[in-house]
Design a protein. Structure first.
Length: 230
């Protein structure tokens, strides 16, 4: 028998295809406002967005501020004149309608749900993640979802994992595995809380941080052998 009883999955970039979702949502939003959008604009947004999400993980910016500031900064760089609050709201509506999973994610989750309890854990915005999760094909296989904006804590803060464990019924920490693509939030948060972690690293990028995952995988299918032999 596996020592694990629970597997906690990150959402974006681990199960959901965030890159495609972001691209589709941005394309639709720029089109809605009649603004030019191309790969260069996307790169600028990704740089701004990534930096601000990093600030959010460190507790230096609120989710409320993050929603709008990324588009405020983008509007300055691109020199376009829009109501950034309305622009942000349209983008989030578009993003919430995106439900594309990464290849194999649905099958892996369905199979694991037969032997393990599953929980989704995300730092995303509540209306986006609730919309995507509730209508996603993987929803039936999860016990629930923990969203940072709803609980007031974000990964890697220990408070986030306190809520995760509360929803799991406070099992022994040795029985829980955290799976995610982010070293700074998923893996650092899980490790800091004292649970095993599995870094999903499909591109094989180097780990130049001080965070040491318990396991590392390039393909989601590798999770099966990890949890069944642990």
């Amino acid at each position: 028998m596996s020592k694990y009883r629970w597997i906690v999955f990150d959402a974006d970039g681990t199960l959901f295809d965030y890159e495609r979702s972001e691209l589709n949502a941005l394309t639709g939003t720029f089109g809605h406002y009649g603004l030019h959008f191309d790969s260069g604009v996307h790169r600028i947004f990704a740089q701004i967005n990534g930096r601000l999400w990093g600030e959010f993980e460190k507790g230096r910016i609120s989710s409320k501020a993050l929603r709008v500031r990324r588009f405020e900064e983008l509007a300055v760089v691109l020199d376009f004149d829009v109501d950034v609050a309305a622009f942000s709201a349209q983008y989030l509506r578009n993003l919430g309608a995106e439900r594309t999973l990464l290849p194999g994610a649905g099958e892996i989750v369905e199979g694991l749900s037969q032997k393990f309890g599953l929980l989704l854990a995300t730092n995303g915005f509540a209306e986006v993640q609730q919309s995507r999760f509730s209508s996603s094909s993987i929803r039936p296989f999860f016990e629930g979802i923990v969203i940072s904006e709803e609980i007031g804590f974000a990964k890697p803060d220990p408070g986030y994992f306190v809520e995760v464990f509360s929803q799991l019924g406070n099992p022994d920490k040795t029985e829980v595995l955290m799976v995610g693509d982010s070293l700074s939030s998923d893996i650092a948060g899980g490790s800091g809380f004292g649970i095993d972690t599995c870094w999903f690293n499909p591109s094989g990028r180097a780990n130049d941080s001080s965070v040491e995952p318990t396991h590392e995988i390039k393909d989601l299918k590798q999770i099966v052998s990890i949890v069944e032999t642990a």
